[in-house]
Design a protein around this ligand. Structure first.
Ligand SMILES: *Cc1c(COP(=O)(O)O)cnc(C)c1O
Length: 498
C-alpha cells in the first residue's frame, strides 16, 4: 500500500496513488514498505532483457495490477519502435572503471521517456481499476524534457487531456520546438513568463485547491500529474539501475555482489531517489553521487543540513536542472526520518513560508553514509565536454557533463576506486548550441540556425542526429499559447472551459 509523506491521508493501493498523482491534502505517495530483491533473484536476472527486468521490478510494487497487465504495459513501452537501442538503456565505457548509462534512446531523446513511455499505460489501467468515468486532466510543469516526453506518451490516449507549462526563457530552442510541434487532439502547451519553479508551484497549488477541484468535478474532470511527484513516474526509473548493474555483471565488468557508484545529474531529485530505492531493494551500491549545476541548493543542503531556496535562480546550460525546489526530496526525507510525517509537514510548511528549513545533524549523517553531493560551474561544464571528447571521442550533453565533472571532483576528494556509472540524461543534440560551443568555441555558432547547428554537431562528432530531432524543422507549429506565471490557473480554466 501507499502512504502520504505527511501522514495526512489514508493508505491507498498503487493504482489509486498513480491516478491521484499526489496526495490531495498535500504530500506525496510512497510505498509503505520497500520490497527486497534477493541475491538469488538478481542471479536469475543476469543476462535478462530490459523487459524482463522491468516486469520483475514493477510487479514488486504494483500488487493490484495483474501480471499480464504489467507484461502488456512493459511490451507497449520498451520495444524497438520506441527505443533506438536493443538494450533500451545501453552502457558505454569511457574510462577504466567509468561507464555512461545512456537513458535517451527513447522517442523524444530525453531520459524522461524511460518512465513516460510506460506511465500512460499504467495510468490508463489505474483509471479503469478505480472505475472512474471522469476525463483525466494531466497537468505538467516542465523544465523542458518532461513536457515533450509526456506529450508524446499521452497524445491521443482516450479519456485523457494533457496540459504542459514550460518557462518561456528556460528551455532550449530544440526543446521548445519539440513541444510546440506536438500533434494529437488532447494536447495543450503553454509558454509561461516565469521560471520552472513558478510553473511547478502553480501546478502543485492547483492540486491542493478544493475550489478548483469542485469545479472540475462538476464538469466531469479530475486531475493527475505526469511529473515525478507521481509514483507512476518514479517507479519505472528504478528499472534501469537494475539493468545497468546486471549488464555490467553479465559483461564481466563487475563480480557477483560487487558494489558500484551511480552519479546522477539532479534537478527534482526523482532520478536519484529511484536509485536510492534500488539500493534499498538490495542492489549493491556504494555511493549515490548527486550532481548539481550552479543552482546548487541540494549540494549546500547535504553539506550543511540547511535547505535554503532564497537565492538567485540561475539560467544555465543544463536547464533541466535549473530547480530550487526539488520535490522528491520530501520523499527522501520521509524515508530518512523513519516515516516522520509530522516533521516532514513542518519542514515543507517552513519551505513554503520562509523558503528554508533545517534538519538535525543525525539525519544529515545518515544521508551522507550513502549520498555524496557536489556541483559544477558553467565553465567547468564546457571544459568537461571538450576534454572528454578530445580524450575519448565521446560527446556529452551539458547535463551529463555536470555529472562527469562532479564525479571527477568526488574521486579527487575521496580516491574512491569503486566502478562508477554516470547517468546520461540527454542526447547532446538536444543541447546542440552549448555542446557545439564547448567543442568549437562561440564563433562557430554565428549565422547558424538550429538545424545548421545540429548538422555541424553531427559532422564534428561523427554521431548521427537523434531521429527525434532530425525532422523538427519540417513540422508545423501547433501550439502558441502563452501566459504570465500569475495566470496559470486562468489558462487551465480557459482550456477546459470551466
Ligand atoms: C529531468 C532531467 C534531469 C533531472 O532529473 P530529476 O529526476 O528531476 O532530478 C536531469 N537532466 C535532464 C536532461 C533532465 O531532463
Amino acid at each position: 500500500m501507499y502512504i502520504s509523506t505527511r501522514n495526512n491521508y489514508q493508505k491507498v493501493a498503487a493504482a489509486t496513488a498513480i491516478k491521484l498523482g499526489m496526495v490531495p491534502e498535500g504530500g506525496l505517495f510512497i510505498p509503505e514498505e520497500i520490497p527486497r530483491i534477493s541475491v538469488q533473484k538478481l542471479k536469475e536476472l543476469k543476462g535478462a532483457a530490459y523487459r524482463q527486468i522491468a516486469e520483475t521490478v514493477l510487479s514488486l510494487y504494483l500488487h493490484d495490477y495483474l501480471p499480464e497487465e504489467i507484461k502488456s504495459c512493459v511490451e507497449k513501452a520498451y520495444n524497438m519502435q520506441n527505443f533506438q537501442h536493443q538494450d533500451v538503456a545501453p552502457l558505454t565505457e569511457i574510462n577504466k572503471n567509468t561507464y555512461i548509462l545512456e537513458l535517451w534512446h527513447g522517442p523524444t531523446a530525453a531520459f524522461k521517456d524511460m518512465a513516460l513511455q510506460i506511465m500512460p499505460h499504467l495510468l490508463s489501467l489505474a483509471i479503469k481499476k478505480n472505475e472512474s468515468h471522469k476525463e483525466t486532466v494531466i497537468l505538467v510543469a516542465t523544465s523542458g524534457d518532461t513536457g515533450k516526453a509526456a506529450l508524446e506518451g499521452f497524445k491521443d490516449v482516450p479519456g485523457i487531456k494533457i496540459i504542459v507549462f514550460y518557462p518561456e526563457q528556460g528551455v532550449s530552442k530544440i526543446q521548445e520546438l519539440q513541444m510546440k510541434t506536438t500533434g494529437g487532439n488532447n494536447t495543450y502547451v503553454v509558454a509561461v513568463e516565469g521560471n520552472f519553479d513558478d510553473c511547478q508551484s502553480a501546478v502543485k497549488e492547483i492540486f491542493g485547491d478544493r475550489a478548483i477541484k469542485n469545479r472540475l468535478d462538476a464538469q466531469g474532470y479530475e486531475l493527475s500529474s505526469a511529473n515525478s511527484i507521481n509514483w507512476g513516474r518514479l517507479l519505472p526509473q528504478i528499472i534501469y539501475y537494475f539493468s545497468a548493474y546486471l549488464n555490467l555483471w553479465n559483461d564481466g565488468e563487475i563480480e557477483e555482489g560487487e558494489k558500484v557508484n551511480f552519479v546522477v545529474p539532479t534537478g527534482n531529485f526523482g532520478n536519484i531517489l529511484a536509485a536510492w530505492y534500488a539500493y534499498k531493494m538490495g542492489l549493491p551500491i556504494n555511493k549515490l553521487i548527486c550532481a548539481s549545476n550552479e543552482n546548487k541548493v541540494l549540494t549546500d543542503f547535504f553539506k550543511t543540513g540547511i535547505y535554503d531556496r532564497n537565492r538567485e535562480f540561475k539560467q544555465t546550460m543544463s536547464p533541466s536542472m535549473d530547480i530550487l525546489i526539488s520535490s522528491n526530496l520530501e520523499r527522501f526525507l520521509f524515508e530518512i526520518t523513519g516515516h516522520d510525517g509530522e516533521k516532514i509537514g513542518e519542514w515543507m510548511n517552513q519551505l513554503n513560508t520562509t523558503g528554508k528549513f533545517a534538519i538535525e545533524s543525525e539525519f544529515r549523517e545518515e544521508i551522507t553514509k550513502i549520498l555524496a553531493a557536489d556541483y559544477a560551474e558553467e565553465e567547468e561544464t564546457l571544459l568537461t565536454i571538450k576534454e572528454i571528447f578530445e580524450k575519448t571521442g565521446y560527446t556529452l550533453d551539458t547535463h551529463t557533463a555536470v555529472g562527469v565533472k562532479v564525479y571527477n571532483k568526488y574521486v579527487q576528494a575521496t580516491q574512491d576506486q569503486t566502478k562508477t556509472v554516470i547517468d546520461s540524461t540527454a542526447s547532446p543534440f538536444k543541447f546542440n548550441s552549448s555542446v557545439l560551443r564547448a567543442l568549437q568555441g562561440q564563433e562557430v555558432l554565428e549565422g547558424k540556425n538550429e538545424f545548421d547547428i545540429l548538422k555541424e554537431l553531427s559532422s564534428v562528432t561523427g554521431n548521427p542526429i537523434h531521429p527525434a530531432l532530425k525532422n523538427l524543422g519540417q513540422q508545423p507549429i501547433r501550439h502558441t499559447r502563452k501566459c504570465n506565471k500569475k495566470d496559470i490557473r486562468q489558462e487551465i480554466e480557459d482550456i477546459l472551459e470551466l
